[in-house]
Design a protein around this ligand. Structure first.
Ligand code: MG
Length: 183
């Protein structure tokens, strides 16, 4: 690109945002329903009945939001385009596969992750006791130090779908930097 090009300014960074919501339903005593997996970590529940996400895949809303943030920052197709929810091969699939593919495509495009900031909205259980485990798991998956993967937990203040325990929501913001190692 020449300096006098219309788009001469090509910043060495990109920002991306991802959002996801999954409906939560009680897991039946017979064991039907999916466990509550948040950022690759199965979160134990003390409230009865335990709830799980309604989803084609494993329903990990946080990992879906993160995957979409990375894809968005790199101007790639979104998670629903890459992994359609009517494709039988994605049935009950671990969302770590989705994140791994987003990372792979991001790197092919010449980008690397700088940091990740995440927010989960969930009425119950409280996320506090599980934050470190989730941050460490995600940091491992994306190959970042844990202090560049942040996670905040919010309740729904007992109102709306989140507050009434009927949904989990997640937001992700990521910053990508151009990979200086790239040839
Ligand atoms: Mg989802």
């Amino acid at each position: 690109m020449t300096p006098d090009s219309e788009h001469a300014f090509d910043p060495p960074f990109r920002i991306g945002h991802g959002y996801d919501l999954h409906r939560l339903e009680p897991i039946s005593p017979a064991g039907s329903g999916k466990p509550l997996v948040i950022g690759g970590v199965e979160v134990p529940q003390v409230a009865e009945p335990p709830v799980g996400p309604v989803a084609h895949s494993d329903g990990d809303a946080l990992m879906h939001a993160l995957t979409d943030a990375i894809l968005g920052a790199a101007a790639l197709p979104d998670i629903g385009q890459l992994f359609p929810n009517d494709d039988p091969s994605n049935q009950d699939r671990s969302s770590t596969d989705f994140l791994a593919e987003a990372i792979r495509q991001m790197r092919l495009g010449g980008w690397q992750l700088a940091n990740i900031d995440l927010t989960v909205l969930l009425q119950s259980p409280k996320l506090g006791p599980h934050k470190i485990a989730i941050r460490e798991r995600l940091a491992q998956l994306v190959d970042l130090p844990t202090d560049r993967v942040n996670l905040k937990g919010k309740t729904g203040e007992h109102v709306g779908p989140v507050g009434e325990g009927r949904a989990i929501e997640a937001h992700a913001v990521v910053l990508l930097c151009r990979n200086s190692q790239r040839d």
